[in-house]
Design a protein around this ligand. Sequence first.
Ligand SMILES: Nc1ncnc2c1ncn2[C@@H]1O[C@H](COP(=O)(O)OP(=O)(O)O)[C@@H](O)[C@H]1O
Ligand SMILES: [Mg+2]
Length: 586
Amino acid sequence: MTLLRFFKRYVVPLWHWYLAGLVFLFLTNWLAVEIPLRMAAGVDALGNDPEAVRTAAFTIGLMGLAVIAVRSLSRVLFFTPGRLVEFRLKNDIFGQLTKLQPSFYSKMKAGDIVSRVSNDMTFVRALVGFGGLQVFNVTLALAMTGRKMFQLNPKLTILTLLPIVIGLAFMQAGVFAMHRLTRLSQTQLSSLSDRILSLLQGVQTIQDFTAEAPFLRRFEEENLEFMGTNIRLAWIRSTILPMLGLAGSTCIYVLLIVGGPMAQRGELSVGQLVAFVTFIAQLLWPLMSLGWLVSVFQRGYTSLQRIDEVLYAVPERPEGETPESLASAPPSLHLKDLSFTYPGEDTPALQGITATLHSGQTIGIYGRTGSGKSTLLRVLTRTWNPPAGTIFVGETDILDLDLDAWRGNTAVAPQVPFLFSDSIAANVAMGPIDPARVDQATIKASLAEDLKALPEGLDTVVGERGIMLSGGQRQRTALARALYRPANLIVLDDVLSAVDQETEQRLIDTFAAIGKDGQQPTMLLVSHRMSALARTDHVLVLDEGKLVDQGTHSELLTRDGPYREAWASQHEDQAPAVQAEPEAVQ
Ligand SMILES: Nc1ncnc2c1ncn2[C@@H]1O[C@H](COP(=O)(O)OP(=O)(O)O)[C@@H](O)[C@H]1O
Ligand SMILES: [Mg+2]
């Protein structure tokens, strides 16, 4: 199944390469038979027909030159499709990686994926390049050289090939052991790669906590195991090659012991005996490579399966077509008994939330750390898919919307923004850069001041994950990114803490006014700041994944609960007023 699908998609389209390669491979093998035959003729003519010897020598020389060209061409023609398959496979995997969702990435580690794309790819390339070449080569060599030998002298052929068969059996055992060890070394390398990756991401933290030693020790342990596996591999590999030589010498030995007397008895000519030596030498490698071939196929197949686990992983993105009416208007969102549990977790992150968020309103979300605010935003932007029938956009289940269209209409500034190692302008635009709009977005996100202090302003490259910038600058860059494109739904996850209160007020107003076609976008605003929440139309109060209260800012202040407590603690000095106000309202 795996192989069939792979061959149909990647190998079959390259059939003309293989066909051309086959033609040259055939020529190579034809020459491999003809040259020894000329040698036989030349040797037998020695001393009695100088003319024939000269002709034989001349043809052998010419054919020898032809072998160089024909053999090289046959190899190039077989190895090129190997590279082409690798090229296409890598592009397809990258495309697939752009589509896969967190549900996939939470299961497969980054190092593992990288190792599949790089390491396993080599084995697949070997399968379609070297593997393809050898399959045809062995078949042709046996069919042409083997057949010719058998025609010349069946008995001698069988006797000389015997040591090769025995050698092959030994070699096969070695190859199996190698196969097992190679697989082990692959997994060990995957794990090492992952350790290196996480070191690169966390090196600052490791240094801050002087945790270098334990990290190094763990790495050294795994690295030692990896080395052990590879040394064992090297041992097996080094014993296999001399064995190949031994099998070859044994063949020659048999040839002299058995073939010599035969030649003396006149059962075959001396020239034919010489031709046999060459035939054996030529068959030795293709036959011995049968063992390698088995391993190339096994490793290629295993690697293909590992690659398939990425390439054919189904991106979890149920979707349908977005109704016309939804595409252009700011959405109204209806949460119906929404619960959500992260895969592998026991406690739900969201539990039974029912609420309506009206089109064009600014909705505040308040709650302690870990209460589910970010999770709520993630299921609304469909970073994670909510269960069916729990979130409706207008009348339509969010899972039935065209996903790209839904996201295209949404601007998100996440709590922990990600910046690419690129210029600020590129990070804001995330695609073709429109300088005027980038300027506007940075001004609105109050990033303009920071830019003046940076060496190259908007063109400053921010380093890996934006390491050159401060946390606040990173968040403001992410804000500018969200402001750069017009959207009907704006989602801000606690990003306003990166700006002062005055800017915060201005930002909320800016965001509320940037909708498409002059319409006021629907906006979701996670914040701890009462001053920000006070400017919203409606506030949801979350606690331990549940919606414990909702209403306008002033309504919430009239009720006992986490919201009023938070307001009170942020306005310590006005505490008495808090007490008084609700009573006055009631
Ligand atoms: N990717 C994740 N996988 C598993 N659990 C998660 C993940 N993200 C958040 N959680 C858990 O879900 C709960 C809600 O988290 P979150 O939505 O980030 O809260 P908040 O944004 O309000 O601080 C927490 O208990 C947190 O540990
Ligand atoms: Mg959060």
